[in-house]
Design a protein. Structure first.
Length: 113
């Protein structure tokens, strides 16, 4: 009788230890998945967002606004606008989404500060 109770207690303690160990193991698996699969999913979502009509149209409108401001600005303001445009459009592919003077303006601001 004592032996059965002792084995039951030891078994219960081992079971609890196993459950705690498995929860840590699955937790680390989850962390690993977040680092690998989660990162890839976020990158894919960002890539899709950057190709949406609303994002591209918003960038076109901003580029047009900066272009008109640049044409009316004095030399000091032009330098400041170039800096703002180069930062605002740093990750935007102007060759893919813009044409003509607007594309040239953004390209000039980004690569010829």
């Amino acid at each position: 009788m004592k032996r059965t109770v002792l084995l039951s207690i030891v078994g219960f303690i081992l079971f609890i230890g196993l459950m705690i160990g498995l929860s840590y193991a699955f937790g680390w698996i989850g962390v690993h998945q977040t680092k690998t699969i989660g990162k890839a999913q976020q990158n894919a979502k960002r890539e899709v967002f950057e190709q949406t009509q609303s994002y591209v149209e918003g960038k076109r409108q901003a580029a047009l606004k900066y272009y008109k401001e640049y044409q009316q600005a004095d030399e000091d303001a032009k330098k400041g606008l170039k800096g703002i445009v180069s930062q605002d459009f740093a990750n935007f592919d102007e060759d893919k989404y813009l044409t003509g003077e607007l594309r040239n303006f953004i390209h000039n601001c980004k690569y010829n500060p």
